[in-house]
Design a binder for this molecule. Structure first.
Ligand SMILES: Cc1cc2nc3c(=O)[nH]c(=O)nc-3n(C[C@H](O)[C@H](O)[C@H](O)COP(=O)(O)OP(=O)(O)OC[C@H]3O[C@@H](n4cnc5c(N)ncnc54)[C@H](O)[C@@H]3O)c2cc1C
Length: 421
């Protein structure tokens, strides 16, 4: 170890990694943040970019820019392939780059999983990155364009059918936004097709939507979605997906746009640590967030199976921020020769929106649904988004974009020479 200036490597510039790097601001450490993209992404608003409500630039910011005022931090854009815990280095860019460390904070997050059917991904893309959101937005907008130009009623019906697989927060938020867009943002722009006829079907394999929420909120979410015209099917386990078709048991649904929001698995980077993994591929960490046998390696956020007070910590943004900060504090303690502390998670509750003006929320024992929950959601998200983009103008910009259905976010780009058919 370099005695005077220990090297801390943070892999991932998401919520976990960013908050870890920020918490190392007042430390003697030299910090390197590595991410395969050049931007931090505000994932909770991804569905708004995927449904053409917000532009990608509204919910992203360059990691380099976010950390520009921290002289002890350098940012590298590189894709980490594996961690060599014995040599204490991260191997990146296909072996072309080796980044040594004295302490490692691994925060590479999670991806969607297809329950053993990776071949479904082309037909039903998932929503995790800004590229995913742009791809889904393109499919949604192209479906309306094709519906406008076809004379065939069956085809038009298929183009205007949208299936969302998975009734967790992402699925519920996507399903609630699509009818809103079809009705309010697009209807006046099309001549031949009535975009309000768009059919949105939400398929959930379990008995209720939002399984992590209290049952009355699941019911409130279902009612709100149905009021928007969404067809909600619970107990609908998807058995096959191909381009333009979904099968759930005996039912076969033809839909031009299918979106996958049904499962998560942690970044495969965790496997190279040699630490125990849970069923979702998450690294099972010690109470202080380090891994067994390697007190210099910490894993945080969606990539870690963490507990607090003996209870599992959920895979949400506040948990990633808090664990990132906590791991950084433990690194500082180790540098100072002190013992580390067990992670304590502060549960701030759950919030999910349904369309534009409804939401469900849980704060401790308090449960709220309807417009009040939506205003709470708006307040919390504007607060966080302002913190991450770090300027007051975001309130005006984002508020304006949200309430006026930003036209710029409805551009279809990147088609090359392929026709929109
Ligand atoms: C659509 C969606 C909606 C959500 N809504 C909510 C919500 O409303 N409220 C809430 O609390 N939570 C929500 N979440 C969950 C929340 O966003 C995550 O819990 C949180 O982002 C986890 O943070 P993280 O830092 O662990 O991972 P991430 O934010 O995923 O960051 C991981 C980072 O690691 C980088 N990376 C990955 N692999 C590599 C590699 N091999 N090399 C280099 N870099 C790599 C990625 O590029 C990324 O920047 C949502 C998630 C999604 C996908």
């Amino acid at each position: 170890m370099t005695l005077d200036r220990p090297r801390v490597l943070v892999v991932g510039g998401g919520f976990g990694g960013l908050y870890a790097a920020r918490a190392l601001r007042a430390s003697a450490a030299r910090v390197t943040v590595v991410d395969r993209t050049n931007h931090h992404l505000f994932q909770p608003l991804l569905y708004q970019a995927a449904t053409a409500t917000l532009a990608p630039s509204d919910i992203t910011a360059p990691i380099r820019w976010l950390l520009r005022k921290q002289p002890n931090v350098e940012v590298l854009m590189a894709s980490v392939d594996r961690i060599d815990v014995e040599r204490r280095e991260a191997v990146a860019d296909g072996g072309a780059l080796a980044i040594p460390y004295d302490y490692l904070i691994l925060a590479a997050g999670a991806r969607h999983s297809y329950f053993g059917h990776p071949e479904w991904e082309t037909a039903a893309p998932g929503l995790k990155s800004i590229d995913d959101a742009i791809r889904i937005r393109q499919r949604v907008l192209l479906a309306f364009e094709r519906a406008e130009k076809t004379g065939d009623e069956d085809r038009r019906r298929r183009e205007l059918t949208f299936v969302i697989v998975g009734g967790g927060p992402t699925g519920v938020e996507l399903a609630g936004m699509l009818p809103t867009i079809a009705r309010d943002a697009l209807a006046g722009d099309f001549r031949r097709v009535d975009t309000r006829r768009a059919r949105v079907i939400l398929l959930e394999g379990g008995p209720r939507l939002l399984p992590a929420y209290p049952a009355p909120l699941s019911e409130a979410a279902r009612r709100s979605l149905e009021a928007l015209g969404v067809e909600v099917r619970t107990g609908a386990r998807v058995t096959h997906v191909a381009r333009g078709v979904v099968e759930a048991g005996a039912e076969r649904i033809h839909a031009a746009t299918i979106v996958w929001a049904a499962g998560n698995e942690a970044s495969p980077l965790g496997t190279s640590l040699g630490a125990p993994l849970d069923g979702m591929g998450r690294v099972v960490v010690e109470p202080d967030l380090s891994i067994p046998g390697h007190p210099e390696v910490f894993v945080v956020g969606d990539q870690a199976a963490m507990t607090s007070g003996g209870r599992p910590v959920p895979g949400v943004a506040p948990a990633a921020m808090q664990s990132g900060r906590w791991a950084a504090a433990n690194v500082k303690r180790r540098i100072a020769g002190e013992s580390t502390r067990a992670f304590r998670y502060l549960d701030k509750g759950d919030l999910a929106t349904i369309g534009r003006y409804r939401a469900v929320a849980r704060f401790g024992r308090v449960r709220v649904s309807g417009p009040l929950a939506w205003w709470l959601w708006l307040f919390v998200h504007i607060l966080y988004l302002a913190g991450f983009r770090n300027r007051a103008s975001v309130l005006v910009e984002w508020g304006y974009a949200f309430f006026t259905y930003q036209r710029g976010s409805r551009l279809i780009t990147g088609l090359g020479r392929s026709p929109a058919a």
